[in-house]
Design a protein around this ligand. Structure first.
Ligand code: ARG
Length: 410
């Protein structure tokens, strides 16, 4: 492998990535440029640049990617109705490709030969970072210190920090591995490693426990255009501002917590607790609007592809020909998903109360239980006779056990 002179590192400013910064610098005898992405995780970005430079970076990028994140990653996935294993709204998985994209851009600008991340060797995130990097610039190498170094325990890490004058925060180490952005907060590890253990009170961040949700329900409307939410209660918002607003509403009413054991791409099962307050409201409202504005066969076809599409995101194949092909098809299905959904938020529930669309395919004349003039009920008898024909055939098949008979059914 050719010599690595310069590396761009995904840097959070926390202890682990500060150690990684120092370790790479020493181990590879190279320059390190850091990239810290603001994806709406709610952490202070102020001071990160100084911190990176003081820890030895030659340059520190702090990038506000919030709008791009919601507009170009979250919204496309929500147009698809993406859900992994029926429950996970992919809050972490959908953020990784954007972080990688920005890292690759910076690597190219800065003339780096490698990108580095602080994901461990056991998780999905390493795969996502590296597949995205490979897709966007195959010439770049990835450095993943967690897989390479001989710092085996927390004590080793702290010793390394002390030896290298890296300040160690005095606060007790968080009992979880947390990943947060505008779409979600995830909790893994610690007491959650026993899947029978209920998450304790500390395992809440932006969503209130159900017991603390207000006794009064709240009604809201969301306007959609071509599958994307654009306004709440008739007030237009940018994508990031809209999601932030829905997070506030959902969080307050205890909406959007999921506790599940999922299948990681790297082979093991793992337990995660996710808070996705705004995303959950968005997902429910969007699906409800499709009820009036989407053709039946288009919907069923798209629905059959949701597990596959979600798997592509979860596995890290965002920048892949198959995801892009599917996205083109999905976006086509969304052209008429425009309209308004009315919802009630109440104690963990998000309940659609009504929906309307200028492209509604709902025809009250057809659907009515009253007398109508457009649908001839006697047509239904012939329809059922034909669609059921093969079921009658099956009964004959088992009755005759393969022998011929003239005993035909009606
Ligand atoms: N299990 C989720 C996923 O794979 C969340 C991962 C959270 N990542 C983290 N570094 N804490 O998408």
């Amino acid at each position: 492998m050719s010599k690595i002179d310069k590396v761009v590192l995904a840097y959070s400013g926390g202890l682990d990535t500060s150690i990684i910064l120092k370790w790479i610098k020493t181990n590879y005898d190279c320059d390190v440029v850091t990239m810290t992405a603001d994806l709406g995780q709610g952490e202070e970005m102020e001071g990160i640049e100084d911190k990176a430079l003081n820890t030895g970076a030659v340059k520190a990028y702090v990038e506000d990617l919030r709008e791009e994140f919601v507009r170009d990653y979250v919204f496309p996935a929500f147009r698809a109705g993406a859900l992994y294993e029926g429950r996970y709204l992919l809050g972490t998985a959908i953020a990784r490709p954007l972080i990688s994209k920005r890292m690759v851009e910076i690597a190219e600008m800065e003339g780096c030969q490698a990108v580095a991340h602080g994901a461990t060797g056991k998780g999905n995130d390493q795969v996502r970072f590296e597949l995205a990097t490979m897709a966007l610039n195959p010439k770049l190498t990835t450095i993943a210190p967690w897989r390479d170094w001989d710092l085996k325990s927390r004590t080793d890490l702290l010793d390394f920090a002390k030896e290298n004058q890296i300040p160690v925060p005095v606060s007790r180490k968080k009992p979880w591995s947390i990943d947060a952005n505008l779409l979600h907060t995830s909790f893994e590890g610690g007491e959650l490693e026993d899947p029978w253990n209920a998450p304790g009170p500390d395992c809440y961040r932006n969503v209130v426990p159900l017991e603390m949700a207000p006794d009064e329900p709240e009604e809201i409307t969301i306007d959609f255009e071509a599958g994307d939410p654009v306004a709440i209660n008739n007030v237009k918002h940018s994508p990031a501002a809209l999601l932030a607003k829905l997070n506030e509403l959902g969080g307050k009413h205890g909406i959007g917590r999921v506790d599940m054991v999922e299948n990681r791409f790297v082979g093991m099962k793992s337990r995660g607790v996710y808070e996705t307050p705004g995303g959950t409201i968005m997902h429910i409202a969007h699906r409800d609007l499709e009820g009036v504005a989407m053709d039946r066969e288009v919907m069923h076809l798209r629905d059959s592809l949701i597990p596959k599409y979600a798997e592509m995101i979860y596995y890290g194949y965002w920048f892949s020909p198959e995801r892009e092909a599917l996205q083109a098809m999905i976006d086509k299905t969304q052209e008429k998903v425009t309209g308004t959904v009315r919802l009630k938020l109440y104690k963990g529930n998000c309940v659609p109360l009504g929906r309307k669309s200028p492209f509604s395919m709902y025809n009250p004349e057809l659907a009515t239980f009253e007398e109508d003039y457009v649908y001839d009920q006697s047509d239904a008898a012939g329809f059922i006779k034909l669609v059921g024909l093969r079921l009658k055939g099956r009964m004959q098949q088992s009755k005759w056990g393969g022998k011929e008979s003239d005993d035909t059914c009606e």
